[in-house]
Design a protein around this ligand. Structure first.
Ligand SMILES: NC(=O)c1ccc[n+]([C@@H]2O[C@H](COP(=O)([O-])OP(=O)(O)OC[C@H]3O[C@@H](n4cnc5c(N)ncnc54)[C@H](O)[C@@H]3O)[C@@H](O)[C@H]2O)c1
Length: 288
């Protein structure tokens, strides 16, 4: 399958990532199906996407009829079968748990056409941990967007040892057709490139915070005003979600056994209190 032949894209999971990636696809002219096991999450996704596009219309960045056409290319469903029948390219964006992802990959493999590519948007899990749950490991790869997917340009395409050259190249070119700037990693590594670098930055930021050298606000200011980063590490962690950060670090720790990969005490405390960041109104900052 070449990128030119891809007409239909299926997003599995309609959370923060899946919903916005689906809209990236619909805006780029693809037929997109967005699937979730929770009807209420599909409704929430649709409402949020509509209000985002309406904001674009009110700013004059999108015409009203383009909005309608974009939504006409987007189908929402709770049926996995409906989502992947006749699909060309699947992007899984469900919870960051390897066992759950494996079970879903197995189901998708049984339902999707034999030539469809199955990718994961996981932040950390390499696709070799999922590929052998399918009968088509050569068509499995990582396809990693960043939050917010409608805005951030980068997509990391990661080729595992099982992934064919054709699959990796198709995913790379699809990312371009989606208006993104992809990089293609020819060798897989947990966390890939950007998040590994970010992880080191986070560790240092949390070390300075936990040991009372500076507040979260001060550390964010140092990053934005001295290093010229667009957002500080604590504001970023609130945006992506402390729960996501926690799951990613636990996943990496389970893989590496390195205690440095474990989530920091501050993160564990906040997650236990339900302070997940922007999505719950409180993380390192308070949101109205
Ligand atoms: N949040 C981020 O900043 C970010 C960035 C890049 C990648 N990711 C990755 O994207 C994936 C999704 O993250 P998210 O932040 O969108 O999560 P989320 O919690 O916002 O959404 C996950 C969605 O998946 C649904 N789901 C769970 N099990 C399912 C199943 N079996 N079938 C269909 N839907 C199911 C849930 O109902 C939920 O709506 C994860 O693998 C994560 O590592 C997240």
């Amino acid at each position: 399958m070449s990128a030119e032949n891809i007409k239909k894209i299926s997003l599995i999971g309609s959370g923060i990532m899946g919903s916005q990636i689906a809209m990236v696809g619909a805006l780029a002219g693809f037929d997109v199906v967005l699937q979730d096991i929770e009807e209420k999450n599909l409704k929430k996704a649709e409402k949020e996407l509509r209000s985002r596009l309406e904001r674009r219309v009110s700013k004059g960045k999108l015409a009203q009829d383009e909005l309608e056409q974009t939504f006409s290319r987007l189908t929402l469903t709770s049926s996995l079968e409906e989502a992947v029948t006749n699909t060309d390219f699947v992007i899984e964006a469900i919870v960051e748990k390897v066992d759950i992802k494996r079970a879903v990959f197995k189901e998708i493999d049984a339902l999707a056409p034999g030539n469809a590519i199955l990718s994961t948007n996981s932040s950390t899990i390499v696709s070799s941990k999922l590929a052998d749950a399918t009968t088509r490991p050569e068509k499995v790869c990582n396809f990693h967007f960043f939050n917010p997917a409608l805005v951030i340009e980068m997509v990391e395409v990661v080729k595992g040892p099982h992934t064919s050259e054709e699959t990796a190249n198709t995913a790379f070119h699809l990312a371009k057709k989606l208006g993104k700037t992809p990089i293609l990693l020819k060798k897989e590594i947990s966390g890939f490139v950007a998040n590994r670098i970010l992880g080191k930055l986070m560790n240092e930021a949390i070390y300075l915070y936990e040991n009372g050298y500076a507040t979260a606000e001060e550390i964010d200011l140092a990053c934005t005003k001295a290093l010229n980063h667009p957002i500080g590490p604590f504001a970023l962690i609130d945006l992506t979600g402390l729960d996501i950060h926690y799951n990613v670090r636990m996943q990496r720790y389970e893989e590496s056994g390195n205690p440095e990969d474990k989530p920091a005490e501050t993160i564990i405390e906040k997650v236990n209190k339900g302070e997940f960041g922007r999505k719950t109104g409180k993380g390192f900052y308070v949101y109205s």
